[in-house]
Design a protein around this ligand. Sequence first.
Ligand SMILES: [Zn+2]
Ligand SMILES: [Zn+2]
Length: 136
Amino acid sequence: MLQCTAVTLLPPDPVLRLTAPGADGSEDPEPYVLCELGEHDSTPTGPHTEHAAYLRPGRTPDSPALWFFWTGSGPERTQRAVSAPWCPAVLRRLDSGLVRRCALFDHHPVSHSWDVADPLGDLIAERLVSGDSPEG
Ligand SMILES: [Zn+2]
Ligand SMILES: [Zn+2]
């Protein structure tokens, strides 16, 4: 499935803006974040799924990472930045022995990260780790 195309401006919160990817540079950091979920319902009425953007890792690779969640736009918008544990799902490739960990938070909606095609070609939070090495 395609990636959700929602983009949002981070709120004027200096802490959040410092943590946004790419905000380290001194040159005009763009405080925008992209939803990293697969396409999902986000209708302004009725139940909807929050958009989610990865902000920064936790203290260790397995620690909960900071995510920014939002719904709607304009006066209807709600937003929050919370630490969320990683999705425990892994995709094990038998040919290469690589284990690909889902790059989304636990209990995320829709597909795992490897089923989401990113039309922009920049997967921010993709994590590739070596698989278990064979015994011996
Ligand atoms: Zn979204
Ligand atoms: Zn997942």
